[in-house]
Write a protein that binds this ligand. Structure first.
Ligand code: UDP
Ligand code: LCN
Length: 806
C-alpha cells in the first residue's frame, strides 16, 4: 500500500482522514481535481480549527498534497496518488478505512462508469499498451534525469561498446561506411574492409599526420588519406582530422561516453532537413496572431536559420567544402489557395536570411473545395494528412533531389505526417510538440464524445500516441513538458494512462523514462529582440511611429481606446485571442483593481478587433468578452486594444518602447506550454509576469528575474503587479534590477546557437542508435501502423464524410 496512506492510518490522524472523507461524501462533487481537493482540505482544516502546520505538514496534509484526483464511487473514495514525478498509484478507501489497491484497468473502468459509458456486457474495451515495446530498450531510472536522454544513451552505448566490443565495433564500422552524399563516399572507402583494418589504418593515418602543421588544409593531403582508406568528412585541417581520428581511436581502445558524444557530433551525416508543420498560416509576413499561427511558426523560422548556419559550419569543419556540399532545409506546410493576402498560396518561398532554406507548400487534395481552398483549423485537419503526406513525399524528393537526412515534426499534425514520411523514407524522426492539447483542455479525454464535434480529440490523441512512440527522439522545451512538477502532471505524462470512454483505454501510452526524451529549449531571434538600452541598433523612425501606434494614434480600424493619461506606466501583453491565452483574464484583473488603474494603463496587442473578421469560434467569443469587460469595468480611457498584425521588426521595437516607458509585460495564459513572448519581453528588458501554469515556471526564477502569476486568481495577480509597480515608484532601481536579470537569463540559457548544436548532435547519436537497434523497434512501428490504419484512419474518413456534406 502507499506509504503515504499507511502513515496516516497508523497514526492518530486516522480520525481526521475519516472526517475528511465523510465531508467529501457529503458534498455534491463526485470527481475532484487537485486544486479542488486542496480547497476541500483547507475547508476541512478551518472547520475543525486545525493549525496551518497540520494542513501542510501533518501526515494527512502530506498525503493530500500528493493526491491528484478523488473519485467518489458509492461510499468509497478512489484516490489517485502521485507519490513522485512520473509515477501514479490508485487506491480505493472504504468507509471503514480499509484500503484496496486499484489496478489501472479498474481505475479506467471507474472513470468510464463515472460518465455512464461503462458497458462490460458488450465486451472489453480496446486497450492500448506500449509498455512491452519498451521492455527491451534502455530506460533511465531516476526521474530527475528524465529529459537527458542523450547523456544516458551515450553512457549506455559506450558501456555496450565495452562489454561486447566486437559486435558493436562491427556495427559502428558498418555505420561509418554508410555515409555518402550526392554520390560521393564519405569517411571510409573500400580500401578498409573490416573494423580491425579500420583500427589499424587510423593509427597509420595518425602517424602520417603527426608531422603535418596543424593548419595544413585538407585539400593538401586529401589523396594521401584516400590511399589509406579515408574519404572527406574527418576535418578541414590536419589538426581537425587528427582530432577526429584520435577520438575514434580512443573509442575503439577504451570506450567512454564523453568521447562517444564528441565523436558522434562530428560524423557528417546531416545535410538536408525537412521540418513539417502542416496547419496554420505558415509564412514570413502578416500571419502571426491569426488563429493557430503563433509561436510554432516563429520557432521554426528561427530554428531553420540557425540550423542552416550550424550545418554550414559543420560542413566546413568536416572538410566537405572540397565536395561542394551545401545544406538544404525545407519547411513543409500546406498551400492555402485563398490566402487572404499572405504568401500561403505560393508553392515555394525562400526563407529570409538563408542561402538554401525554403517553405514548400503542398495543397490538400480538393475534397470539398469550400473547405480545402481555405485555412482549416488545426482541430479539423485530420482527414487530409495521409494524402498530404503522400503528395509531400514526391514534392520533397524533387526539392531535395533525394531524401532528407532528418525529419522534424511539429505539433500533433506535423508529427503524424513526420511519422508517415519517416516510415516511407526510412529517415530519423524527431518530434516537437509545442503544445499538447490534452492537458490544455480539462477532461478532454473523459468527455471526448461531447467535445468531438468541435475539437476531434479522438483523432488528435490517437495521432499523438502514434507519433510520440514512433519518433526516434523527442525534443521538449522544458522538463515539465515531459513529466510536470511535483504538483502537476506533465504534458507527455498525461498520455501515460487515460481512458477515451467507449473508444479505448490507454494503459501505457508512453515510456516517460525512455532516453528518447531530451529537453532542448528554443532561443529568441537576437537580431529582432534585443535590450531597449541598445539605442544605436534602434531606428528612430520606427520608434516614433510605433510609439504613436501604442499610445496615441486615433484609428478605429486598428485601435480601440484613447488613453486619458498616456504617461502612466504601461502594463502590456501580446497574444492570439485563444481562450487559453486569457487576455480577457488580464483585462478582468486590471478592471477589478482600481489601484492598478491609478498607476498604469493596459495595452493589449491581439490580432483582431471585430467578430465579423473571424471564423474561429474561440476567437469570436474572446473578442466579445473583451468588449464586455471594458464596458463592465468602465475601462474607457485606461486601455488600448490594438487589432494589428505587426511586422517582425516592429514586434521587437514594441517591447523596447514599453521598456522605455518602464512598463511591464504580462503573460496571463491559463496554461502555456513554453511561451516565446516571455523570452522576447525579457531580452528586451521588460520585467515579466508570467503564468505559473506551464513552461514559464522554468524560464523565470520568481522575484529574481521575473514574477509568477496565477491567472485563475485575478485579485492576487493584480496585487502582484501592483506590489512591483509601487516598489518601483519608491525605488526606480528595482525596475532596472529585474530588467537586467531578465536580459541575462535569456542570453545565458535561451539562444538558438545552444539549441541547434544540441539538436544536431542528438540527431546524429539517435541516427546511430536507430541504425544499431533497428530490429528492436520494428515491432513497435508495426503496432503504431496498426493504430494508424485501424483506429485513426476510419475516424479520419468519417470526419471527411462530414466535411464533404458541409
Ligand atoms: N505574435 C505576434 N503578434 C501577435 C501575437 C503573437 O507577433 O499578435 C508573436 C509573438 O511575438 C511570439 C509568437 O507570436 O513570437 C507567440 O509565441 P508564444 O510561444 O508566446 O505563443 P503561441 O502563440 O505559440 O501559443
Ligand atoms: C506553442 C505554444 O503554445 C507556446 O507555448 C510555445 O512557446 C510555442 O508553441 C513554440 O514552441
Amino acid at each position: 500500500m502507499s506509504d503515504l496512506i499507511q502513515a496516516v492510518l497508523n497514526s492518530d490522524e486516522r480520525t481526521n482522514l475519516r472526517q475528511f472523507a465523510s465531508q467529501l461524501r457529503a458534498s455534491e462533487k463526485r470527481y475532484l481535481l487537485r486544486n479542488e481537493i486542496l480547497a476541500a482540505f483547507s475547508d476541512y482544516c478551518s472547520h475543525y480549527e486545525q493549525s496551518e502546520q497540520f494542513q501542510t505538514s501533518s501526515r494527512l496534509g502530506k498525503l493530500i498534497y500528493h493526491v491528484q484526483e478523488i473519485i467518489l464511487d458509492g461510499n468509497s473514495l478512489c484516490l489517485i496518488i502521485r507519490p513522485r514525478i512520473a509515477s501514479q498509484e490508485a487506491y480505493r478507501l472504504l468507509e471503514d478505512l480499509t484500503v484496496e489497491p486499484m489496478s489501472i484497468s479498474d481505475l479506467l473502468d471507474l472513470r468510464d462508469r463515472f460518465v455512464n459509458r461503462y458497458h462490460p456486457q458488450d465486451g472489453d474495451v480496446f486497450e492500448i499498451d506500449f509498455q512491452p515495446f519498451y521492455d527491451y530498450s534502455p530506460a533511465i531510472r531516476d526521474p530527475k534525469n528524465i529529459g537527458k536522454g542523450v547523456e544516458y544513451l551515450n553512457r549506455y552505448l559506450s558501456s555496450k561498446l565495452f562489454q561486447d566490443q566486437n559486435k558493436w565495433l562491427d556495427s559502428a564500422f558498418n555505420f561509418l561506411r554508410l555515409h555518402h552524399h550526392n554520390g560521393h563516399q564519405l569517411l571510409i572507402n573500400e580500401r578498409i574492409q573490416t573494423q580491425q583494418a579500420l583500427s589499424q589504418q587510423i593509427k597509420t593515418a595518425l602517424q602520417w599526420l603527426s608531422d603535418r602543421p596543424d593548419d595544413a588544409p585538407y585539400e593538401q593531403f586529401r589523396f594521401d588519406l584516400q590511399t589509406l582508406g579515408f574519404e572527406p568528412g574527418w576535418g578541414n585541417t590536419a589538426l581537425r582530422v587528427r582530432e577526429t581520428l584520435g577520438l575514434l581511436d580512443q573509442l575503439i581502445d577504451s570506450p567512454d561516453h564523453q568521447v562517444l558524444e564528441s565523436f558522434a557530433a562530428r560524423i557528417p551525416m546531416i545535410f538536408q532537413i525537412a521540418l513539417i508543420s502542416p496547419h496554420g498560416w505558415f509564412g514570413q509576413e502578416g500571419v502571426l496572431g491569426r488563429p493557430d499561427t503563433g509561436g510554432q511558426i516563429v520557432y521554426i523560422l528561427d530554428q531553420v536559420k540557425s540550423l542552416e548556419k550550424q550545418l554550414q559550419e559543420d560542413i566546413e569543419l568536416a572538410g566537405l567544402d572540397v565536395l561542394n556540399i551545401h545544406p538544404k532545409v525545407i519547411v513543409l506546410t500546406r498551400l492555402i489557395p485563398n490566402s487572404d493576402g499572405t504568401t500561403c498560396n505560393q508553392r515555394l518561398e525562400k526563407i529570409y536570411g538563408t542561402e538554401d532554406a525554403w517553405i514548400l507548400r503542398v495543397p490538400f487534395r480538393e475534397f470539398n473545395p469550400k473547405l480545402t481552398q481555405d485555412w482549416i483549423s488545426r482541430f479539423e485537419i485530420w482527414p487530409y494528412l495521409e494524402t498530404f503526406a503522400i503528395d509531400a513525399e514526391t514534392a520533397l524528393r524533387a526539392e531535395f533531389s533525394g531524401k532528407p537526412d532528418l525529419i522534424i515534426g511539429n505539433y500533433s499534425d506535423g508529427n503524424l505526417v513526420a511519422f508517415l514520411l519517416a516510415r516511407k523514407l526510412k529517415v530519423t524522426q524527431c518530434n516537437v510538440a509545442h503544445a499538447l492539447e490534452k492537458s490544455k483542455y480539462l477532461f478532454s479525454n473523459l468527455y471526448w464524445q461531447d467535445l468531438d464535434d468541435k475539437y476531434h480529440f479522438s483523432l488528435q490523441f490517437t495521432a499523438d500516441l502514434i507519433a510520440m512512440n514512433a519518433a526516434n527522439f523527442i525534443i521538449s522545451s522544458t522538463y515539465q513538458e515531459i513529466v510536470g512538477t511535483p504538483e502537476s502532471v506533465g504534458q507527455y505524462e498525461s498520455y501515460k494512462c487515460f481512458t477515451m470512454p467507449e473508444l479505448y483505454h490507454v494503459t501505457s501510452g508512453i515510456e516517460l523514462f525512455s532516453p528518447k526524451f531530451n529537453v532542448v529549449p528554443p532561443g529568441v531571434n537576437e537580431t529582432v529582440y534585443f535590450p531597449y538600452t541598445r539605442t544605436d541598433d534602434r531606428l528612430l523612425g520606427d520608434r516614433d511611429r510605433l510609439e504613436d501606434l501604442l499610445f496615441t494614434l486615433d484609428d478605429p480600424a486598428q485601435v480601440i481606446g484613447k488613453l486619458d493619461d498616456p504617461s502612466k506606466r504601461p502594463v502590456f501583453s501580446m497574444a492570439r485571442l485563444d481562450r487559453i491565452k486569457n487576455l480577457t483574464g488580464l483585462a478582468e484583473c486590471f478592471g477589478k483593481s482600481k489601484a492598478l488603474q491609478e498607476h498604469c494603463n493596459l495595452i493589449l496587442i491581439a490580432g483582431k478587433l471585430r467578430t465579423e473578421d473571424s471564423t474561429d469560434h474561440e476567437e469570436i467569443s474572446e473578442i466579445e468578452k473583451l468588449y464586455q469587460i471594458i464596458d463592465e469595468y468602465d475601462l474607457h480611457g485606461k486601455v488600448r486594444w490594438l487589432g494589428v498584425r505587426l511586422a517582425k521588426g516592429d514586434s521587437g521595437e514594441i517591447y523596447r518602447i514599453i521598456a522605455d516607458h518602464q512598463g511591464v509585460f504580462v503573460q496571463p495564459a491559463l496554461f502555456e506550454a513554453f511561451g516565446l513572448t516571455i523570452l522576447e519581453a525579457m531580452i528586451s528588458g521588460l520585467p515579466t509576469f508570467a503564468t505559473r501554469f506551464g513552461g514559464p515556471l522554468e524560464i523565470i526564477q520568481d522575484k529574481f528575474n521575473g514574477f509568477y502569476i496565477n491567472p485563475t486568481h485575478t485579485e492576487e495577480m493584480a496585487a502582484t503587479i501592483l506590489e512591483f509597480v509601487s516598489k518601483c515608484d519608491q525605488t526606480p532601481q528595482y525596475w532596472s534590477d529585474i530588467s537586467n536579470r531578465g536580459i541575462e537569463r535569456v542570453y545565458s540559457t535561451y539562444t538558438w546557437k545552444i539549441h541547434t548544436n544540441r539538436l544536431l548532435s542528438l540527431a546524429k547519436i539517435y541516427g546511430f542508435w536507430n541504425y544499431t537497434s533497428k530490429e528492436d523497434r520494428e515491432d513497435m512501428l508495426r503496432y503504431t501502423e496498426a493504430l494508424f490504419y485501424l483506429l485513426y484512419k476510419p475516424r479520419a474518413q468519417a470526419l471527411l464524410t462530414e466535411h464533404m456534406q458541409r
